[in-house]
Design a protein around this ligand. Structure first.
Ligand SMILES: Nc1ncnc2c1ncn2[C@@H]1O[C@H](COP(=O)(O)OP(=O)(O)OP(=O)(O)O)[C@@H](O)[C@H]1O
Ligand SMILES: [Mg+2]
Length: 254
């Protein structure tokens, strides 16, 4: 499979969506496509509307207008749980792990939607789920740490744990909000490698918000750039990197 092309089937199609908070227009008439099986990037200065766009796509809040399709199905009126069940998952800019539980327990409670209450989830420690938890912890390089409390992991390791928790759900599409933020350069390379492997080996479509230009240029086949809530530019990494509007937006933001 070529990762150098944006041709091919779209799995997410966003058309003309708008989201306002009081007087703030966080997203204005945004349209984009995420190619099935590919890695798509989303960049833009602080406050440009990236997280809002992710929140809108996964049904975290209602949008003011526009259309969002997942695998051809209109999902803009769906709620988070329904969308997650369809296989569209996201991670958060701030990690959401349970610090007082160990890594394995965090993995187990992230297995979703088994019509269970909180304590029932611990009854779902079937062999298959436990094995999958181990395999995913191994995949992100946390197997040795699996019995440590998640709160005792380093920040970078917590991000890796969160990534592994998302993989427990076997998502079709995984949307990652700044996966490398706060991670040191040595761990970042490992994380990029894992993201690429999740894409290639597990076939998970990735949609990634990232501030680190080196990371996103290395990772994504197609990049969208927001500024002031609007779509400023889109293109291949080399096109985005040399786009004067993108350069100005970042320079103007500081
Ligand atoms: N729940 C909310 N209520 C009010 N305003 C909000 C809310 N969420 C976001 N905003 C505003 O919408 C705009 C876009 O915010 P958003 O978090 O989407 O930006 P971002 O591109 O993710 O920024 P960053 O790179 O800093 O994470 C900002 O002006 C922000 O203050
Ligand atoms: Mg954000």
């Amino acid at each position: 499979m070529s990762s150098a092309t944006t041709a091919g089937e779209s799995i997410i199609e966003v058309n003309g969506i708008t989201k306002t908070f009081g007087g703030v227009v966080a997203n204005k008439n945004i349209s984009l496509n995420v190619r099935k099986g590919g890695i798509t990037g989303l960049i833009g200065p602080n406050g440009s509307g990236k997280t809002t766009l992710f929140n809108s796509i996964v049904g975290y809040h209602p949008i003011d207008g526009g259309s969002i399709k997942f695998s051809g199905e209109e999902i803009s009126k769906f709620r988070v749980q329904e969308i997650a069940r369809l296989g569209l998952m996201r991670t958060f800019q701030q990690t959401r792990i349970y610090g007082k539980m160990n890594c394995v327990e965090n993995m187990l409670i992230s297995v979703p939607h088994r019509k269970l209450g909180f304590w029932d989830m611990f009854a779902s420690r079937d062999k298959e789920t436990l094995e999958r938890a181990d395999r995913m912890l191994e995949f992100v390089g946390l197997y040795e740490k699996r019995w440590l409390l998640a709160g005792d992991l380093s920040f970078g390791q917590q991000k890796l744990l969160e990534f592994a928790m998302a993989l427990m759900n076997e998502p079709t599409v995984l949307m990652l909000d700044e996966p490398t933020a706060g991670i040191n350069p040595t761990l970042i390379n490992g994380l990029i490698d894992r993201l690429k492997r999740a894409n290639e080996e597990f076939g998970i479509t990735l949609f990634v918000i990232e501030h680190n230009m080196r990371v996103i240029m290395n990772l994504a086949e197609h990049i969208y750039c927001l500024a002031h809530g609007e779509m400023l530019a889109e293109g291949k990494p080399e096109e985005i990197q040399n786009d004067q509007r993108v350069i100005d937006a970042y320079l103007g933001a500081h």
